[in-house]
Ligand binder design. Structure first.
Ligand code: 5GP
Ligand code: ZN
Length: 115
């Protein structure tokens, strides 16, 4: 499935819900989280709908690698110079709330609201 009509992150990809974008290419999108836990809190998502990391297979390995490799570039561009944290919540026990795969990237001085 490329897009799920009921998925809020697919709607963000389609521009139907506004977001503060920080990066976009043909495969990935990154935007500021609407409810940030940290001074810098962005979400990196694949544009194609994939509900959760539990659904990923070997065919997704390159995309997952590019998501991870984007984090240091984004943090640098956003002025984060003292380290950052990457999180992918997966499934109910992983605390996932939005079922479109996303990687949180947190940066900035602590203490943060959560985590
Ligand atoms: P999860 O708990 O699924 O790992 O995280 C979902 C994240 O998506 C939350 O941090 C939440 O604030 C963020 N979020 C939910 N809806 C929206 C939205 O419409 N726009 C943006 N920018 N972030 C959202
Ligand atoms: Zn989606």
């Amino acid at each position: 499935m490329t897009a799920d009509p009921n998925c809020i992150f697919c709607k963000i990809v389609a521009g139907q819900i506004p977001s503060k974008k920080v990066y976009e290419d043909g495969e990935l999108l990154a935007f500021h989280d609407i409810n940030p836990w940290a001074p810098v809190h962005v979400l990196v998502i694949p544009k194609a709908h994939l509900a959760t990391l539990a659904d990923a297979g070997p065919e997704h390995a390159a995309m997952l690698g590019r998501m991870l490799a984007l984090a240091p570039r984004l943090m640098s561009e956003l002025g984060v110079v003292n380290g950052f944290r990457t999180v992918i919540n997966t499934g109910p026990d992983g605390g996932q709330e939005v079922y479109h795969l996303h990687m949180h990237v947190f940066g900035g001085p602590r203490p943060w609201k959560r985590g």
